[in-house]
Design a binder for this molecule. Structure first.
Ligand SMILES: Cc1cc2nc3c(=O)[nH]c(=O)nc-3n(C[C@H](O)[C@H](O)[C@H](O)COP(=O)(O)O)c2cc1C
Length: 206
């Protein structure tokens, strides 16, 4: 059975949030068009998400070496492992996130930190890093108030997430981006409606 993981990195109410609207539009359409798939929803803001830091780094290292962990290290290592396994086990992953202060919400940055595990999502060889998840399919749903042309270095959200995924060897990455609804207030209704339509359509064949 195909398993699809839906990751939501925004806890604003759906009426106020375009990226949450995208999430819901995609999810509802996906459920209708893939009735036999297993759908798992992960709402990051409802999870304990400790930052990457000393306890997590030393816990991950000690676990890899079979060394005893402190209670804090065990706690953080278990959280990381749970998210890592869920992500690796999913055939497809959908990630919805807003563009805040030029980048992603820090909770999504933290989630991506959990996914870096040598021997699981990537490995190093004489040729450099090699991603280990080449068959995974990912959709990115993002909303940003301004317009950011392709290649604009100030856009550090989609580019940031895509770089992580590519590091894991993921190449099948679909993007649905709604942009400019703050910059062009008078057109915002149309911009958002078109984005939601695109999300629904993309979900049909994802
Ligand atoms: C805290 C915060 C920071 C934001 N920073 C930016 C920004 O740097 N550039 C931009 O174009 N829009 C910015 N916006 C507007 C959002 O990108 C816009 O509201 C978009 O729809 C994503 O948020 P939403 O999914 O909650 O609607 C920001 C909004 C908030 C609330």
């Amino acid at each position: 059975m195909t398993t699809t993981l839906f990751v939501k990195a925004n806890n604003r109410p759906v009426e106020q949030s375009v990226s949450v609207k995208l999430y819901e539009a995609f999810l509802n359409s996906y459920r209708v068009h893939h009735p036999n798939d297993q759908v798992i929803e992960l709402d990051l803001y409802t999870e304990p998400m400790p930052y990457l830091g000393n306890a997590m780094i030393s816990g991950n290292y000690k676990a890899s070496q079979g060394l005893p962990l402190t209670e804090q290290e065990k706690f953080e290592h278990a959280i990381v492992n749970r998210h890592l396994k869920q992500f690796v086990d999913a055939d497809k992953v959908v990630i919805a996130f807003p563009f805040w202060n030029l980048t992603v919400p820090s909770i999504l940055h933290t989630y991506l930190d959990y996914l870096h595990r040598p021997g699981v999502t990537f490995r190093y060889s004489a040729e450099g890093a090699k991603g280990l998840l080449p068959t995974k399919k990912v959709a990115l749903l993002n909303a940003r108030g301004g317009i950011y042309e392709k290649g604009n270095s100030a856009e550090m959200a989609i580019r940031f997430v895509r770089n992580h995924l590519q590091f894991f060897g993921i190449t099948d990455i679909t993007e649905v981006v709604v942009e400019g609804h703050h910059q062009y207030r008078e057109q915002s209704e149309r911009i958002i409606a078109e984005g939601l339509q695109k999300a629904k359509q993309t979900a049909m064949s994802f």
